[in-house]
Design a protein around this ligand. Structure first.
Ligand code: DAK
Length: 259
């Protein structure tokens, strides 16, 4: 592979935008340039009504083995602060269409954090997950201490973050870190199957559902329930709600128009 190879490969399959991280020799280490490309592509698709779901994947060996260590080693605190790379990660967090991570191999450090910014995670049964930053003398920097703890609970998050140990895919499934575990060769097909199912449903409801579930991590139960209720009412202003319920009454498949 030459230095000219693109850091990400993208394609749109029906209404599904697929991003493949493409630094295989570096186990898809997430350089600032790579994260910027991922964020920019996701933003473009988020604004494109023709794309209703995004799939993010890596290769058989790695989803991503973390942020690019070589890029950080000799930087000063001021340089890290001035570069303010968290903005690019926040751009991914703000994407409204559902994102499915198709994960094989390593999802470590920033790779695990990037995965946790996705909404559904399909993992190969040999995948490995971890926040090993402690071994480098640092801590997770893109939300790992917060999102991992919310996903798997304090006891396991402390264990993973303090010891840097990796979690197997079955253990990650049991802990609630991933949604489904399949044989490695089925990871991308399964993610695409889910993506096509989501894309066939009403995209306004899908975006509202994502927003509401994420709200659960950021607010009180009462506020979250009120937020859900407002968006529930708002869906009665969409054609998709009428079509979905009429199709049920007519005993026919719904034809959603995403409006
Ligand atoms: N960065 C740079 N290069 C990496 C890398 C990484 N994270 N992970 C692997 N590589 C490179 C290796 O250096 C090696 O390169 P060459 O020597 O061939 O040139 C190549 O990928 C293959 O790796 P290995 O030879 O090491 O392969 P093995 O199968 O022996 O080992 C491994 C696989 C995953 C166990 C090992 O590569 C490993 O321990 N990798 C590092 C894992 C790690 O510590 N990850 C956490 C990185 S820190 C931030 C946002 C996020 C973060 C920080 C800031 N801001 C917004 C500011 C996140 C920080 C991190 O993720």
């Amino acid at each position: 592979m030459s230095t000219e190879d693109p850091l990400i490969l993208t394609e749109v399959v029906d209404a599904v935008g697929v991003i493949r991280l493409n630094r295989p020799k570096k186990l898809n280490a997430l350089s600032p340039a790579l994260i910027d490309l991922v964020a920019a592509q996701m933003e473009r698709w988020d604004a494109d009504p023709a794309v209703r779901v995004i799939v993010l994947t890596g290769n058989d060996r790695a989803f991503a083995a973390g942020a690019d260590i070589d890029d950080m080693t000799e930087r000063s605190a001021v340089e890290m602060y001035e570069r303010d790379q968290f903005t690019d990660w926040d751009r991914i967090r703000r994407v409204r269409v559902p994102i499915i991570a198709a994960v094989s191999g390593f999802a470590l450090g920033g790779g695990c954090e990037l995965m946790m910014l996705c909404d559904i995670v399909v993992a190969g049964d040999t995948a490995q997950f971890g926040q090993p930053e402690i071994n480098l003398g640092v801590i997770p920097g893109a939300g790992g201490t917060q999102r991992l703890t919310r996903a798997v609970g304090k006891a396991l998050a402390m264990d993973m973050i303090l010891t840097g140990r990796m979690l197997s895919a079955p253990d990650a499934l049991a802990a609630g870190l991933v949604s489904r575990v399949v044989p490695p060769e089925h990871v991308l097909p399964e993610a695409m199957k889910i993506a096509q199912q989501l894309a066939a449903r009403g995209s306004i409801a899908a975006r509202f559902a994502k927003e509401c579930v994420l709200k659960a991590f950021e607010t009180t139960l009462e506020e979250g329930v009120m937020h859900e209720r407002r968006l529930f009412y708002m869906l009665f202003a969409t054609l998709d709600q009428k079509e979905g319920m009429r199709a049920f009454a007519d005993r026919r498949p719904a034809r959603f128009e995403h409006r």
